[in-house]
Design a binder for this molecule. Structure first.
Ligand code: PMP
Length: 406
């Protein structure tokens, strides 16, 4: 792996100053990651040298952009170890993928009284689309509870699985608590009663190796911007037999085979799910991000992030009055915490003045807050380009917050 100075030099934004000359300390990687120069250059190159709409023209530039877009699909296929390119659908992001799937799955498979299982740890993006679908179809949403450490209670999940269950949709990693869910057990139990599983990989894919074949999930979704790629591009992976059975979730150009006013027939996979002009510069930029990640080494990234998590947990735990939420046995590099007697927004604002970017609030996961009876947390989400020195800056920043507000 490159050394940390070389890695940081790959990310132009990391050397900028914020708030009157404070060096940027970026700990909001859970919300979005920064982009390496190769990704920025790739997107810029698309627009500067071969911009043209994909799958449309017979001209030189359209061929070039179509080929690059399809190469990006192949790159994603191999990155997540999907069996076929046809199983990789481009979307606008995790939210787009889940909404699309909830619509199509609901139309095809759901009738009144059917049940969908999610968990208490879900981001709103993996709650609301299912609620909307349940409302439309008269189906019921069941929720797996969590323990105080922030782990799902497997016995409750196993009890919940029933002949009425049509789908299990769970996150790979909690964006609030960092909990890594036991996906192998969750998926095996669902499959034993022939129920498919959707995995929300928005917080999982950037922290280690994802192999959809080994995991045996039926659907896997993620966002490009959380794995060092551009915003506005995401992926919906689905097993071919399931995707083939689902109706499209949007109609328009490119997703059709033949259109007449009487009847339209649909394109083959994956194009059936890609209506209208897709974000091809985003897809091509995402390909560049995945190349970058692979060049650093995904195992090496996970190892470095684990080390940073241990260091941050040790430093933050030593601060008096600081309480960490989420102490799961398996966790990614993210720490949610509160300071006794101090509102999270006040703390976040002072940290910001010190150049430290953290996220404050509910993190789009209101039920987790309700579970702990709190209105929000301060979240420091760490990734491989962060350093122990930055964790020291965060630690002294928190001490300063305490001095000012306690
Ligand atoms: N699921 C999880 C677990 C997330 O953390 C997020 C983003 N915070 C999303 C879904 C939604 O991702 P996006 O906004 O990129 O669609």
């Amino acid at each position: 792996m490159k050394n940390i100075n070389e890695i940081r030099a790959d990310f132009p934004i990391l050397s900028r100053k914020v708030n009157n000359d404070m060096p940027l300390v970026y700990f909001d990687n859970g919300a979005t990651t920064q982009k390496p120069k190769c990704v920025i250059d790739t997107v810029s190159e698309v627009y500067a040298t071969y911009n043209a709409n994909i799958h449309r023209g017979v001209h030189f530039l359209s061929d070039m952009s179509s080929e690059a877009y399809e190469n990006a699909r192949e790159k994603i296929r191999s990155f997540i170890n999907a069996g076929k390119k046809e199983e990789v659908v481009f979307t606008s992001g995790t939210t787009g993928s889940i909404n699309g799937l909830a619509f199509s799955f609901g139309e095809r498979f759901i009738k009144p009284g059917d049940e969908i299982i999610i968990s208490y740890l879900e981001h709103h993006a993996n709650i609301v689309p299912w609620q909307m679908m349940c409302e439309r179809k008269g189906a019921i949403l069941r929720v797996i509870p969590i323990n105080d450490a922030g782990e799902i209670i497997m016995a409750e999940y196993l009890r919940m699985l029933s002949p009425k269950t049509r789908l299990v949709s769970v996150t790979q990693v909690s964006n609030v608590l960092g909990t890594v869910l036991p996906l192998n057990e969750i998926i095996a139990a669902a499959h034993s009663v022939n129920v498919p599983v959707l995995v929300d990989g928005a917080q999982g894919i950037q922290h280690g190796i994802v192999d959809v074949k080994a995991m045996d999930c039926d659907f896997y979704v993620f966002s490009g911007h959380k794995i060092y790629g551009p915003a506005g591009i995401g992926v919906l992976y689905g097993k071919e037999n399931l995707l083939s059975e689902l109706p499209p979730f949007q109609g328009g150009g490119d997703m059709v085979e033949k259109v007449t006013f009487e009847k339209t027939t649909y394109n083959v996979l994956p194009f059936k799910f890609e209506a209208g002009t897709m974000n091809y510069p985003g897809a091509i930029g995402l390909m560049s991000a995945l190349d970058y990640i692979s060049s650093l080494g995904r195992e090496e990234i996970a190892e470095r992030e684990n080390e940073l998590l241990s260091y941050a947990t040790e430093r933050l735990s030593a601060i008096e009055g600081l309480k960490i939420y989420g102490n799961a046995t398996r966790k990614i590099s993210l720490i949610s915490f509160l300071l006794k007697g101090i509102h999270q927004y006040d703390a976040g604002m002072i940290l910001d003045k010190l150049g430290i970017a953290v996220r404050t609030g509910t993190h789009c996961a209101q039920p987790v807050m309700d579970r702990y009876g709190i209105s929000g947390t301060i979240r420091a989400s760490i990734c491989f380009y962060n350093t122990k020195e930055e964790i020291d800056i965060l630690t002294s920043g928190i001490e300063k917050v305490k001095q000012m507000l306690e």
